[in-house]
Design a protein around this ligand. Structure first.
Ligand SMILES: NC(=O)c1ccc[n+]([C@@H]2O[C@H](COP(=O)([O-])OP(=O)(O)OC[C@H]3O[C@@H](n4cnc5c(N)ncnc54)[C@H](OP(=O)(O)O)[C@@H]3O)[C@@H](O)[C@H]2O)c1
Length: 354
């Protein structure tokens, strides 16, 4: 069977190049073209390569970047993966969906639209149904987003806990990697040997997106989950991997062992469907007193195609009525390009890309 042709938008950026990494040799998708701004037109990927922990194939490095061309993409591609800045993404993604292309986006621009889902398939695969209500769906075009990189990390652990014990309150503090700010990101003199206790708009995004993702899909609408979430976000001098400290109050009380078991045994639809980029175990619960750490755990996930797709949880403990734990997830893979690729795999498996 022929592969689905896909475009990568923002192919010179952090997320765009993770898309290229994950799409190399993909069993269902084939890269039709790599797109960015007119500044990058004609350059080869090898000249603008920013991903240093993956060896791209020679053939991939020699591919040329093109300026975004809606007509060309809509003629040649069923899918567009977007790693564009939000202000730029809004218009391009809308035009592509109007032209019949299924857009899987990392940008925030359409995330809070009522008819656009924020999908993390282990958590809310049923929300994908809402794209059928988008005005462009009849022509085959629609927009699916994945969450902000810091929201992505906590979604699966919270889902496991919500399912078993119910959620009342979540307090989260983040320690976020510099790659989360794109390339070249935070100036080195501002971050080396430092911690910056502010990431513009991040706390608001986490608080709004978490209740939408963990909400219920009913009668063609997504109804926000009813728990309270309070986020505090900081940038730390780490290359990749967002670490988060959580304090959670559940409706039904449980022991630390029961909370850990619920997370360890949690599986979602990508695992049942055996999607190519799905980690076999989506939440890895570690017992060591000093894990998870970005240097050790950022690439957690098996098989090889799911490297960086698992969330690592550690230090699961109980204090009074509160559950406390740390988690770590790869911000440009699970929280970025990998999140969109697994969403497109889910849509393919549900026959929405035919
Ligand atoms: N980094 C993360 O951890 C992370 C995680 C989740 C979501 N996101 C979101 O993903 C998106 C991409 O983030 P990033 O970190 O990859 O950013 P980035 O490294 O700054 O890359 C931005 C990309 O967009 C292209 N671009 C910029 N202006 C353009 C224009 N006018 N027309 C066409 N292309 C244009 C750039 O191409 P040129 O090189 O030609 O300028 C580049 O390829 C953002 O919306 C971000 O919020 C990022």
């Amino acid at each position: 069977m022929s592969k689905v042709q896909v475009a990568v938008l923002g192919a010179t950026g952090m997320i765009g190049q993770r898309f290229v990494q994950l799409l190399e040799g993909h069993p269902w998708f084939e890269m039709e073209g790599l797109y960015a701004s007119e500044r990058s037109e004609g350059k080869r990927l090898g000249e603008v390569n920013k991903v240093k922990d993956h060896a791209f194939m020679q053939e991939t490095l020699s591919r040329r970047i093109e300026q975004i061309d809606i007509a060309k993409i809509s003629k040649g591609c069923r899918v567009a993966f977007s790693g564009l800045p939000s202000d730029i993404a809004k218009d391009y993604e809308a035009k592509l969906s109007e032209a019949g292309v299924a857009v899987f986006s990392n940008a925030a621009s359409h995330r809070m639209r009522e008819d656009v889902p924020i999908i993390i398939p282990e958590v809310n695969s049923e929300h994908l149904e809402i794209v059928r209500t988008q005005p462009t769906y009849a022509k085959g075009g629609f927009i699916v987003t994945n969450a902000n990189c810091s929201t992505t990390g906590l979604a699966a652990p919270l889902k496991a806990i919500q399912g078993a014990f119910g959620l009342e309150q979540v307090v989260v503090s983040t320690y976020q990697a510099v790659s989360g700010a794109g390339y070249p990101g935070v100036p080195s003199l501002d971050i080396l040997g430092n911690v910056v206790p502010h990431i513009k708009g991040e706390e608001e995004k986490m608080e709004a997106e978490a209740v939408k993702i963990l909400g219920t899909y009913r009668d063609g609408r997504i109804i926000d989950a009813g728990f309270q979430i309070l986020a505090s976000c900081a940038r730390v001098p780490v290359h990749d991997g967002h670490l988060e400290a959580l304090v959670v109050r559940t409706a039904k009380d449980a022991t630390a062992e029961e909370y850990a078991k619920a997370m360890r045994e949690f599986r979602g639809e990508p695992q049942h469907l055996e999607l190519p980029t799905a980690p076999k175990v989506p939440i890895i619960v570690r017992e060591e007193a000093d894990r998870p750490q970005p240097l050790w755990d950022v690439n957690a996930g098996e098989p090889a195609r799911a490297k960086g797709m698992a969330v690592t949880v550690g230090r699961v403990r109980k204090k009074d009525k509160y559950l406390k734990f740390f988690l770590l997830s790869h911000n440009t893979i699970r929280g970025g390009a990998g999140g969109s690729v697994i969403n497109a795999e889910l849509a393919y498996a549900k026959r929405m890309l035919r």
